[in-house]
Design a protein around this ligand. Structure first.
Ligand code: GLP
Length: 251
């Protein structure tokens, strides 16, 4: 069992946070298990209620614990690593053993404004189909995705049902579109009221805002502007050593 070191410069609430995280990672506190009550934690680690509450609040905000009013605080499921590869939502969820879902929120065709015309390299006014969907994993809302696809590459798309279907599968099988490159920007954001409701989040919750451009033969075919739950996703990346510093270390 971890101990609080009163002489450490690390704040006590942070030490308790680390202890609780260790218990979660070692599966001593498995997913959906209740954590000890505030009173127990105060007694066990000789901490004030305020310190214990601060540690628990932090873990709730980080999505590692969740509270059920009147019942207690429980261990949340581990976050999903945001894929940094050009995979579809469907492929990604299936690879994790989760059942992907897609609920149509809105489908419309709009004339490309100057921005979309530039992105897709089409004349302004060209029809762009917008597919707005709520993406779910095992029925749980994960993201709101807004895909823009020019009709020049997928003319029959507006008449194609996409509920619980893979957009990438449809683009490939019906329109011969196979993506061969992509780029993505990820930013922190706050869920607006509509997205918060759809994603089952409290108003003002943190989200990840994604913009993805997917290409075929050098032409952008999909621009997706999406809102992902920050309490369910995290980013992980390998760190490369810059060439120059590797040479410098050797000297
Ligand atoms: C990912 C991308 C979206 C893309 C979607 C397609 O989630 N971020 O840009 O539209 O995959 O997924 P699917 O083929 O499951 O509809």
């Amino acid at each position: 069992m971890g101990k609080i070191d009163p002489s450490s410069p690390v704040p006590k609430y942070f030490q308790l946070r680390e202890i609780l995280l260790d218990l979660i990672e070692d599966a001593e506190l498995p997913v959906d298990a209740p954590i000890p009550s505030e009173r127990e934690l105060c007694q066990r680690y000789r901490l004030s209620r305020m310190t214990v509450r601060q540690a628990v609040d932090h873990l709730v905000t980080e999505g590692r614990l969740y509270r059920v009013p009147g019942k207690g605080t429980f261990v949340a499921r581990p976050k999903i690593e945001m894929p940094l590869r050009l995979v579809s939502f469907t492929e990604d969820m299936r690879a994790r053993g989760l059942e992907p879902g897609a609920r149509d929120l809105d489908r419309r065709t709009t004339p490309a404004n100057a921005h979309l015309a530039r992105v897709f390299d089409v004349p302004p006014g060209t029809g762009v189909h917008v597919v707005e969907r709520l993406r779910t994993a095992d029925g749980e809302p994960m993201a709101v995705e807004r895909s823009h696809i020019p009709l020049t590459v997928a003319p029959g798309l507006p008449d194609t049902p996409l509920s619980d279907a893979s957009l990438y599968d449809v683009l490939e099988t019906r329109f011969g579109i196979v993506f061969d490159a992509g780029e993505q920007t990820i930013e922190a954001g706050i869920a607006d009221t509509a997205d918060a409701r759809l994603l089952d989040l409290a108003r003002g919750s943190a989200v990840l805002l994604l913009q993805r451009r997917s290409f075929m033969n050098g032409t952008c075919v999909e621009l997706a502007v999406s809102t992902y739950r920050a309490d369910r996703y995290q980013l992980h990346s390998a760190l490369e050593i810059p060439r120059r510093s590797r040479a410098a270390t050797r000297q």
